[in-house]
Design a protein. Sequence first.
Length: 256
Amino acid sequence: MLDDTTAFVTGASQGLGREIAVAFADAGANVALAARSDGIYETEELIDEPERTLTVETDVTDSESVADAIEATADEFGGLDCLVNNAGIAGPTAPVERTTDEEWLETLDVNVVGIARAVREASPHLRESDRGSIVNVSSIGGKRPYPNRTPYAASKMGVIGLTRSLAFEFGRDNVTANAICPGPVEGERIRNAFERQAEERGIEFEDAKDDVLDTLAIHELVPPEEVAALAVQLAGSDARHVTGQDINVSSGGAWY
């Protein structure tokens, strides 16, 4: 499906980013595994095709780091066709009056400005591609925010606005830009989120989890492979006229 294409995946060291990177490789793409932790080497072992993978230690809050990683990818594979911006942080779990400037700035820097840095550096390569695509991972938390998560909610809604603007900036060069909005995805990250909510609200872990599941049409956490499959589809040739969209994979947790 993605033979002869190259994808750059941020946050590829664990969780959803790892799942997305493996899915792109399974679909035939060359994949650059970008993250600031050494988990990218574990992801590389899961793919086990060294000729089609490149590990690039990347900090999305550092412009030079991002530029070097993008250029290394283009040099290695002869170009870049898809940019998957998955790197992100949860930010603080607290009422807004107990959040700090530092927490706000860090959350926005990683979750929003980090995407802008990657797009800026990848833009010449994407515009040269005959199937360029940008896939940004947002969240339904930016559409129907969770309590005590204001920096995260603001950042993820910001990703949606950024994505819509990018769709028009890149459209004349036939580069698509879309956002995926996962609901609560199975894995360590959502378990940590439930633990923080339980602690903040003074309730049990299972009660915090059930409170979230009760808001979903399907009372199940989202399998990460379903999010990864959508990312692959959005990068493929059968989605060339899907752009400027924010698509939910949320067990029915958001409706727009």
